[in-house]
Design a protein around this ligand. Structure first.
Ligand SMILES: *Cc1c(COP(=O)(O)O)cnc(C)c1O
Length: 371
């Protein structure tokens, strides 16, 4: 059995090595490193894949969120609701832009935002809800969009962890995540489901006006070179990364299948273990398993983590604290965030990537079952 890794980017590269090398060679020989043709063609291809009219590449997923919020041009006293059990990016950009950060709790089974708690936290000043599709499946977008419409709020989907997942509406129709809210954002950080070989990100929207504003913001606020319409930032998707992403986008559905197969294997072998629970799957979403996160119920999580590591099974805690328990965001009043706190204390992520072999999965399953 090969050594088990948390993610295996080299193993994945080996399958697409020729295609990727050729794509990179073409960019280098063209010397069109900044805003080269691969950026535009990748944006178009991603738009087709997601069913989103406009895609704007940018430097990373955090910038994507920042550009989205800047484009919405909110009043100074606007409140933005963000789940507390989350990666830092969404909370960070709200705080950076000096809007009022309001944390909502998450669903105890699905780990995505709790719509009932969002409802409780809406005030007259609420303008935006950032729906994070955590670990690879959707936040409850259908009730959330209805709630947003009722209160005239905007919804930004943070799709950094769930690109390629489908939302299944009550009437049976489907949409890709990132194409449902007013704006979607994503990240191409190497370990993401669609990862490049450095930093990258994108913004998606079906709103032409917003798209033009966001494209302008990402490029120093100019619509014409050296003529500045607004204060912007410098956030570009690198041409080399776009060329790599064009290759990898063709394989995304296959990568998703590989992750789902690994998750199905885990489910089957871990479901009967009484001291943990396997990830719950939402009826309204497919799950693309950016992470396979178990809940450790009747065991000491740190001891378990250590035991797994000692037995050659890497594992990680995403996320060990709820954001309202951190130094930087502790100023935000953390009302009713018990589930976020509890998850932070009990979650554990197992190895999850496209290259996991049967014998590795079996070894992980057996090790956990024999504890
Ligand atoms: C990775 C990630 C981001 C940020 O992406 P970067 O490209 O690292 O800036 C934002 N939100 C979520 C949920 C993420 O997982």
């Amino acid at each position: 059995m090969d050594k088990i890794q948390m993610v295996d980017l080299l193993g994945q590269y080996r399958h697409i090595e020729k295609e990727v090398n050729e794509a990179m060679r073409q960019v280098i020989e063209s010397t069109a490193f900044i805003n080269g043709p691969a950026v535009k063609s990748f944006e178009q291809q991603l738009g087709v894949y997601l069913g989103s009219k406009h895609v704007i590449g940018c430097a990373n997923g955090t910038d994507a969120l920042q550009i989205a919020l800047m484009a919405l041009n909110l009043p100074d006293d606007a409140e933005v609701i963000v789940p507390a059990f989350n990666y830092v990016a969404a909370a960070e950009v709200v705080a950076l832009l000096k809007y009022k950060l309001v944390f909502c709790d998450v669903d105890k089974h699905l780990f995505t935002l709790d719509v009932e708690d969002v409802k409780r936290k809406i005030t007259k000043k609420t303008k935006v809800i950032i729906a994070v599709h955590l670990f690879g499946q959707a936040a409850a977008m259908e009730p959330l969009m209805a709630l947003a419409a009722e209160h005239s709020l905007l919804v930004v989907e943070d799709n950094a962890q769930a690109i390629g997942a489908d939302y299944i509406f009550k009437d049976g129709s489907k949409k890709k995540l990132g194409a449902i809210g007013h704006i979607g954002t994503t990240s191409f950080f190497p370990s993401k489901n669609l990862g490049c070989y450095g930093d990258g990100g994108a913004i998606t929207t079906n709103d032409e006006k917003l798209a033009a504003i966001m494209r302008s913001i990402a490029g120093h606020g100019q619509s014409k070179k050296y003529f500045y319409d607004r204060v912007g930032i410098n956030s570009r998707l690198d041409t080399l990364q776009a060329a790599i992403l064009q290759v990898k986008l063709k394989h995304l559905d296959h990568y998703i299948t590989k992750r789902q197969q690994a998750a199905d294997y885990y489910d089957k072998h871990l479901r009967t273990i009484s001291w943990l629970s396997v990830p719950a799957r939402a009826a309204y979403s497919t799950h693309v398993f950016h992470q396979y996160t178990i809940l450790v119920k009747d065991r000491n999580r740190d001891e378990l983590s250590k035991h797994l590591s000692e037995n050659g099974i890497p594992n990680m805690i995403y996320y060990p604290v709820s954001l309202h328990q951190t130094n930087a965001y502790g100023y935000v009043q953390g009302e009713n965030l018990q589930v976020s706190e509890k998850l932070a204390a009990h979650v554990l992520a197992l190895p999850m990537h496209t290259e996991l072999a049967k014998d590795q999965l079996q070894y992980i399953g057996d090790t956990l079952a024999n504890l």
